[in-house]
Design a protein. Structure first.
Length: 326
C-alpha cells in the first residue's frame, strides 16, 4: 500500500493540514513541527504527489524548452545551461525537439500548456507560431524576436558581426566573405550579416555574402556548399562564418584543398561553443555569453510567472576570442 498524507500525519501526531502546509511551505509552522514531519516522511519513504500539488497550484515547477534539435552542439549547450539554471531555482525542464517542423512545434506548445508548465523557452526557426503561444503563459524567445509581446533574450549580434569582420581586416585580409543564414528564415542573427556589409563598405574592402540553405542548417552538412565556395572564389583570403559549426567544416574543406590556415585563409566563427576548441586549428570566434543568456531566460520566466516583470528584450554583450585561425 502506498504511503499517504494521513499515514505521515498519524505517525507525526499532527493533522493532515499541517503535513500539507509543511510540504508546500505555506502557513505558520514551527521549526520543531517542520523537522518532525520531515523526519517521519523520511522514515516512511513518503514521496509527495507532484502532479496533485501542481494541480492545486495551477502550474508545475517545470519549464518547457523547445529547440530545433540537440544534435546541433549550439542547442545542446543551451539546453545544458537552461537545465542548470532552472535547477538552481528549484525548477526542472521538459525538453522538446521540434526537428524544424512547425506542426511538431505547435503540438509541443499545446502539450506544454496541457501539462501546466510554468513557462516556455523557445529557440526555434519556424514562422507563424505566435498565435499558438498565447498570452496566458510566460514565454521567452532565445536568440530570436517573435513579437513585442513576447520576452526575448539575445546577444548583440550586430556588434558581434563588427568584431568578427574587423578581426579579419586587422589580420590583413583584403577580400573577405561571410557565410550567413538562409534567405527564407528571418532571424536576429541576420544582424551579423548586416554588420559585415557595413564594416566592409565603410573600409572599402571587397567582399562577398554567401547564403546557406535551411536543409544545410538542419543536417549540419555544408561540405558541397563549402567546396563550391572555395572553387568559385579562389581569391578570398578571409571568411566570417555565422556559426562555429560552419567554421569547423570550413577548416576541413580548406585542409582537403591544401589551403593553409591562417597563412592562406583566415576564419572567424560565432558562438564560442565547445567545438571551437575541439578542432585544429582552434577557431577565432565571437563569444556569445550563453550561460548568462540562459540564466536571464530562466529568471524572466519565473519573474513573469510571479508577476515581477513584463515581457521585455534583454541583449547581452559579446567579445572576440582570438585563437589560431586568424
Amino acid at each position: 500500500m502506498p504511503i499517504t498524507l494521513k499515514d505521515v500525519a498519524a505517525k507525526a501526531g499532527v493533522t493532515v493540514t499541517t503535513v500539507s502546509r509543511v510540504i508546500n511551505n505555506r502557513g505558520p509552522i514551527s521549526e520543531k513541527t517542520r523537522e518532525k514531519v520531515y523526519r517521519v516522511m523520511k522514515e516512511l519513504n513518503y514521496q509527495p504527489n507532484e502532479a496533485a500539488r501542481s494541480l492545486a497550484k495551477k502550474h508545475t515547477k517545470i519549464i518547457g524548452v523547445i529547440v530545433p534539435s540537440v544534435r546541433n552542439p549550439f542547442f545542446a549547450e543551451i539546453v545544458e545551461h537552461l537545465e542548470y539554471y532552472a535547477s538552481q531555482r528549484q525548477y526542472k525542464i521538459m525538453l522538446c525537439n521540434s526537428y524544424h517542423q512547425k506542426e511538431k512545434e505547435i503540438e509541443y506548445i499545446e502539450m506544454l500548456k496541457t501539462n501546466k508548465v510554468t513557462g516556455i523557452v523557445i529557440s526555434s526557426r519556424t514562422e507563424g507560431i505566435i498565435e499558438y503561444l498565447g498570452t496566458n503563459m510566460p514565454v521567452v524567445s532565445f536568440e530570436r524576436v517573435i513579437s513585442s509581446d513576447i520576452s526575448a533574450v539575445a546577444c548583440d549580434n550586430y556588434m558581434g558581426g563588427v568584431l568578427a569582420t574587423q578581426c579579419l581586416m586587422d589580420s590583413g585580409c583584403r577580400y573577405v566573405g561571410h557565410i550567413g543564414g538562409t534567405l527564407n528564415v528571418s532571424m536576429i542573427a541576420d544582424e551579423r550579416r548586416r554588420a559585415f556589409v557595413d564594416v566592409c563598405e565603410k573600409a572599402g574592402v571587397s567582399y562577398e555574402v554567401f547564403m546557406t540553405e535551411e536543409s544545410q542548417f538542419e543536417t549540419m552538412n555544408y561540405t558541397d556548399f563549402l567546396e563550391d565556395l572555395l572553387t568559385d572564389n579562389p581569391d578570398i583570403d578571409g571568411i566570417f562564418c555565422s556559426s562555429d559549426v560552419i567554421a569547423a567544416e570550413l577548416i576541413y574543406a580548406c585542409s582537403r584543398r591544401g589551403i593553409r590556415i591562417p597563412q592562406d585563409m583566415k576564419i572567424v566563427g560565432f558562438d564560442d561553443i565547445n567545438v571551437a576548441t575541439l578542432v585544429t586549428p582552434h577557431i577565432t570566434t565571437v563569444h556569445q555569453p550563453l550561460r548568462q543568456m540562459c540564466s536571464a531566460a530562466i529568471d524572466k520566466i519565473i519573474d513573469m510567472k510571479e508577476k515581477k516583470s513584463l515581457p521585455s528584450r534583454t541583449t547581452l554583450s559579446v567579445t572576440l576570442c582570438k585563437r589560431e585561425t586568424t
